[in-house]
Design a protein around this ligand. Structure first.
Ligand code: ATP
Length: 637
């Protein structure tokens, strides 16, 4: 522990060094954002204090007017951003300003390519926060004093952004934080009061806290006519209106204002893709301002990732990351919900299982789904961009949110045999519109890859009859389809599962032919049963194959291949599934093998089963034996 006056040196965590280096180089063209980051940190600190003071008013001391103040010293070339918010203890300074505590940081740095344009995008998604000071400053001093630590006098943190920082105890008269930036050579534009005011106004207009700039005193002057203009004392002038954006009337807010506000709440560099601002009246009254970002945050796949919706009660910030307010499958949504109906001292525990929270969550979820539906209708291209970015998260929806299943399903996009492209552009409504006469099911296949799905032999009959099949190959798809069993009264049916019942797609003649084929092949089926024994659940004549000799199918109630693979990958014990083996009696290979003696027939049957397994599962338990058997057959041929 440092004693007063004593300075300790500490090294930055490696990731901080990397971040600093990258940021300074790749964010330079966007350098004024450091002001947005620091002002929004200061405003957050004030919000946190206001919240804590709800239960302990003494925290304000004699200083209850919360504010952010910015001042300039042209001679010293410094900008100071001060707040009288929560401040930080020594440990908090060590953690917050010396390390990056976000989980998955190492993975994030692993993604960086060294290409500045790409990396600056990624860094934007990561969030640079306080460290962005070093884009314009060659020296940063932070003086802070915690509102909560009795008897503390304050901590001073100082760094030149080059690998280490210094820490010392310091006498700071009041709680809160001062950030003093010493500007680099060439950054004089920020010393221009007028310019600085313009930027700060832009970033703070919609914050509910007053943001003030110091106006230097003006001495008494004389004008040209010899009249005296009285001296003006130095004073703090409020730069923003201090009215929270979301409390204003929708009609009076410009798109620009919505976009700027988004950047501050979401800490994003980019404009949002779309937003929805609603004042809800009725049993539960609240205002929501919800945004869908353009780009995915770097940790989108982490389901524990912080949610982006903040909770306010009576315009007082209560908490970030209020995960009760938005379902997990909409975790990419940013913004806030403000209500008068919850008590100011609401805790996470109270939020859980609370009628008001539930009403706000349901309402906001519907709003988000509605705005996405509208986008899909109005702007296919932008919707596609949304889908390509967040589609896989939305696919978690049908499992998580049964009540909105149909609304979510309308938003899903798939690859399909109709487009013959891996791009996921086909909606279930598109599919319904193209259904053949007599078709009463939506057919799909789930496989490891788009190619494996597209080339699976089980699609042959569908191709022949011109029936569209959705081609699914994302990891989440099996999970999705196990929960999404119906859409607008049409059942969703996997083409590699259960009995193939094409309903009225098969005409009388088809059915008759099938029955005849089955009857004629009865004896041969028995030979297959003997040859394959308990390696298969059942052997039967196929209706789905036209060009392949055989395939394997999962029985209706067994676990599908993809689900079994997912569970295996997650380290779970999966019971071994036996497949139904389907043979195509018309295929030349099958015709030929029926003429063989039992020994040869058995060998052929073995190889056919392995082949079919390979086409469905993508791998074999014992590939070496398969190769041996195949080589033997080739030699015999
Ligand atoms: N003015 C301040 N007063 C009190 N604490 C602060 C202040 N500025 C920063 N902090 C603390 O330091 C932490 C790190 O700040 P930083 O700006 O680097 O990241 P962040 O704001 O948490 O996230 P983001 O990357 O989204 O900006 C904050 O979470 C906060 O706890």
């Amino acid at each position: 522990m440092a004693e007063a006056g004593q300075t300790e040196k500490h090294g930055f965590q490696t990731e901080v060094k990397q971040l600093l280096h990258l940021m300074i180089h790749s964010l330079y063209s966007n350098k004024e954002i450091f002001l947005r980051e620091l002002v929004s940190n200061a405003s957050d600190a004030a919000d946190k204090l206001r919240f804590k003071a709800l239960s302990d008013n003494s925290l304000y001391g004699d200083d209850s007017e919360l504010h952010v103040r910015i001042s300039l010293d042209k001679d010293a070339r410094t900008i100071t951003i001060s707040d009288n918010g929560v401040g930080m203890t020594r440990d908090e300074v060590m953690n917050n300003l010396g390390t990056i505590a976000k989980s998955g940081t190492a993975e994030f740095f692993g993604q960086l390519s060294g290409d500045q344009a790409k990396d600056s995008q990624l860094i934007g998604q990561f969030g640079v926060g306080f460290y962005s000071s070093f884009i314009v400053a060659d020296e940063v001093t932070v003086r802070t004093r915690s509102a909560f630590e009795k008897g503390s006098i304050g901590v001073e943190w100082h760094s030149q952004g080059e690998g280490e920082f210094e820490l010392a105890e310091t006498e700071k008269a009041r709680r809160g934080t001062d950030i003093i930036l010493h500007l680099k050579e060439g950054e004089d534009e920020f010393l221009d009061e007028h310019r600085l005011r313009g930027i700060i106004n832009k970033y703070s207009e919609h914050l509910s806290i007053p943001v003030q700039m110091w106006k230097a005193p003006v001495a008494e002057q004389e004008n040209e006519d010899g009249e005296k203009i009285p001296a003006e004392p130095g004073q703090w002038q409020t730069v923003n209106s201090g009215q929270a954006l979301w409390t204003r009337d929708k009609a009076d807010i410009s798109d620009e204002e919505y976009k700027e506000f988004y950047k501050t709440v979401a800490h994003d560099f980019d404009d949002p893709l779309l937003w929805s601002h609603n004042k809800v009246e009725g049993t539960t009254e609240y205002t929501s301002l919800l945004y869908v970002p353009k780009r995915a945050p770097w940790d989108l796949w982490n389901r524990e990732q912080q949610h982006g919706v903040k909770l306010y009660v009576k315009r007082v910030f209560i908490m970030d990351d209020a995960d009760q307010l938005m379902p997990t499958y909409l975790r990419f949504v940013k913004g806030l919900i403000d209500t008068n109906d919850l008590p100011l001292n609401v805790s996470r525990e109270i939020l859980q299982d609370n009628k008001i929270t539930r009403a706000m969550r349901n309402g906001s979820t519907k709003k988000v789904l509605q705005m996405l539906k509208k986008l899909a209708k109005d702007d296919t291209e932008q919707y596609q961009q949304f889908w390509d970015t967040f589609g896989n998260v939305l696919k978690e929806g049908p499992a998580e949110d049964n009540g909105n299943q149909e609304r979510i399903a309308e938003l899903l996009r798939f690859a399909s045999t109709h487009s013959e492209s891996a791009a996921q552009t086909v909606s279930l409504d598109d599919y319904l519109q193209r259904m053949k006469e007599g078709q009463d099911k939506i057919y799909y296949i789930v496989a490891d890859s788009y190619e494996a799905a597209k080339n699976n032999p089980a699609l042959e009959i569908f191709r022949k009859k011109g029936v569209e099949v959705l081609l699914l190959s994302d990891r989440i798809d099996e999970w999705l389809m196990s929960h999404l069993t119906e859409f607008k009264d049409k059942q969703l049916q996997s083409v590699t599962r259960g009995d193939l019942d094409l309903g009225e797609l098969d005409d009388e003649q088809d059915k008759e032919q099938q029955e005849q084929a089955e009857e004629a092949f009865k004896e041969q089926l028995k030979r297959f049963e003997t040859a394959l024994g308990d390696r298969v659940k059942k052997v039967r004549v196929t209706h789905r194959l036209t060009d392949s000799p055989a395939c394997i199918i999962t029985d209706e109630n067994d676990m599908s291949t993809q689900m079994a693979k997912l569970m295996e990958a997650a380290g779970q014990q999966v019971p071994e599934t036996k497949y139904i083996f389907e043979v195509n009696p018309n295929h030349p290979l099958v015709v030929k093998m029926t003429e063989k003696d039992d020994t040869a027939f058995n060998q052929w049957a073995d190889v056919l089963l392995d082949q079919a397994t390979l086409a469905e599962r993508g791998s074999l338990k014992d590939p070496a034996s398969f190769v041996t058997k195949l080589n033997k057959l080739m030699l015999d041929a």
